[in-house]
Ligand binder design. Structure first.
Ligand code: XMP
Length: 509
């Protein structure tokens, strides 16, 4: 077990994911976890995450320095690195604008003699995001990497197994970042690397059967990857004891509700689809603020689900497709809230159940997909691109109407269709259309039009925490544009979003 100690960074869960990808089990715990508790878990290593604070601030999150006396290796990342330096007697200060303050891709030079960089190229791009600087490193440490602007990008105390890096090895933009984490796990911590998905599936089916006994389980199925895999896992484990309720809020993409029904009506003996489009539209009428939309959809979803659950009557368990990032995001740390994701935290009040069951609670997204494959779900479902819980409501900018949703649905369908036809669907991790609230003047035939602008968004990313805009060939964009303005009424202008994340987010709202 490796413990990732969370100091509230935006990338904290990515670190844990990378560790698991390396075949090593890990958990993320808040930095406030008492050292005695950490010690009792018998970890082979610690990773301290980044975080938004500066260690020299009085209110900055600290760690009990007893953690450095457990004889367990530590890898500190960004804030975690500065914290380690600060705790062990080094000095961290704010970097001056023109010196060691770095953001984004940075050419970095590594000392191959350091165990962290063993066997890796001595030069490469790393992803930086820090405004602080280690002015003095603690005793026993040496400098093991540098960039043009910063002499101390990485520090190491090989004897004690303490390593610190200012950059983010967990982020895809850092070349060989995962290999560095792997080096820490295998070269420094001596990990065995025995975490596999097949074991996990068997163990969790056994655990579900044991826990549920002959009880009844109720699940809200959205048709997304998580709830689908959750449904498939439960169906495999307990068969007819499972009831799936699919709340169709009318904010899905074209034909999607029917697809969900056709897959799960077969797999689950008790599958119920509720058509709730009208009530969602009524609640959302005139609402243009994104967080408000999310809140309303989350609440209404629960109300509809509760009504259905009342009809079903008492059940023993309520199942949720909560996955590990949700667990970490909604409590363990204190990362700044950029957007509230509606599928967490909202528990139905009036459903008559005894206990919650969350069979995917410890899995990251790729692990959930892998589990779906083990369960025999079709590849297109397992690899379905992410779709936000609030659906198309947050892809119609400003207030919603059924008409705007239908316009968006048609345009989005054409975009996805052309991407698939061009064979680009595997290479682009998420792509969709956004109906903006900007109208502009156009000309069609001999007439003036004053219609909406549609934005197309396509991103490549491995983690959805950072993303680059997809370089879709002009010919494909051209086909999409021509088809949409000709086939979809109400749109006379099409733009392509060329911002990465950060500074933009993937969705527009
Ligand atoms: P952003 O826009 O924050 O999106 O860069 C990152 C990923 O999260 C998805 N997303 C959501 N998913 N409920 C969800 O279940 C939400 O409210 C929500 N908002 C964004 C988004 O599609 C992208 O994959």
């Amino acid at each position: 077990l490796v413990i990732v100690l969370d100091f509230g960074g935006q990338y904290n869960q990515l670190i844990a994911r990378r560790v698991r990808e390396c075949g090593v089990y890990c958990v993320v715990l808040p930095y406030t976890t008492p050292v005695a508790e950490l010690k009792a878990m018998n970890p082979i290593g610690f990773i301290f995450t980044g975080g938004p604070n500066s260690v020299y601030e009085e209110t900055a999150p600290r760690v009990d320095s007893a953690v450095f006396s457990l004889d367990v290796p530590v890898l500190g990342i960004c804030y975690g690195c500065q914290l380690m330096a600060h705790s062990l007697g080094g000095q961290v200060t704010a970097a001056r604008e023109d010196s060691a303050r770095e953001y984004g891709k940075t050419e970095t030079f590594y000392d191959a003699g350091c165990r962290l960089f063993k066997g890796l190229p001595e030069q490469g791009v790393s992803w930086m995001s820090h405004g602080d600087y280690m002015a003095r490193v603690p005793e026993g440490f040496t400098l093991t990497a540098h960039s043009a602007a910063c002499p101390n990008v990485a520090i190491a105390d090989e004897a004690r197994g303490f390593y610190g890096v200012q950059f983010h090895p967990e982020v895809g933009h850092t070349e060989n970042g995962v290999a560095m984490i792997r080096n820490f796990l295998y070269e420094v911590c001596g990990a065995a690397g025995d975490w596999t998905m097949e074991d996990y599936m068997k163990t969790s089916i056994r655990a579900i059967r044991e826990k549920v006994g002959d009880g009844k389980v109720l699940l809200a199925l959205s048709g997304g990857v998580d709830s689908s895999v959750c449904a498939a896992l439960l169906a495999e484990a307990i068969g007819k004891q499972l009831t799936c309720v699919f709340v169709d809020h009318g904010l899905m993409r074209k034909d999607e509700g029917d697809e969900v029904e056709s897959i799960f009506a077969q797999r689950s003996a008790n599958f119920i689809r509720v058509d709730a489009e009208t009530r969602f539209l009524i609640r959302l009428a005139g609402v243009d603020e994104p967080e408000r939309k999310r809140k309303i959809i989350g609440e209404e979803f629960i109300r509809v689900f509760e009504e259905e659950a009342r009809k079903i009557g008492a059940v023993d368990f309520l199942a949720q497709g909560t996955i590990y990032p949700d667990v970490i995001e909604s409590g363990a740390g204190d990362a700044a809230v950029i957007k509230s994701h509606h599928n967490v935290g909202g528990l139905p009040d009036y459903v008559d159940f005894k206990e919650i069951i969350e069979p995917l609670r410890l899995l990251f997204k790729d692990e959930v997909r892998q589990l779906g494959r083990e369960l025999g779900l079709p590849e297109y479902l397992v690899m379905r691109q992410p779709f936000p819980g609030p659906g198309l409501a947050i892809r119609v900018i400003g207030d919603l109407t059924k008409e705007k949703l239908d316009t968006l649905r048609e345009a989005d369908f054409i975009f996805r269709d052309e991407i698939a036809r061009a064979g680009l669907d595997k290479g682009i991790n998420q792509y969709f259309a956004v109906l903006t609230n900007t109208r502009s003047v156009g000309v069609m035939g001999d007439g003036r039009t004053y219609d909406y602008t549609l934005a197309l968004r396509g991103v490549t990313t491995s983690d959805f925490m950072t993303a680059d805009w997809a370089r879709i060939p002009y010919e494909v964009l051209d086909r999409v544009s021509v088809r949409i303005v000709n086939e979809v009424a109400g749109i006379n202008r099409i733009v392509y979003d060329i911002t990465s994340k950060p500074p933009a987010t993937i969705e527009w709202e």
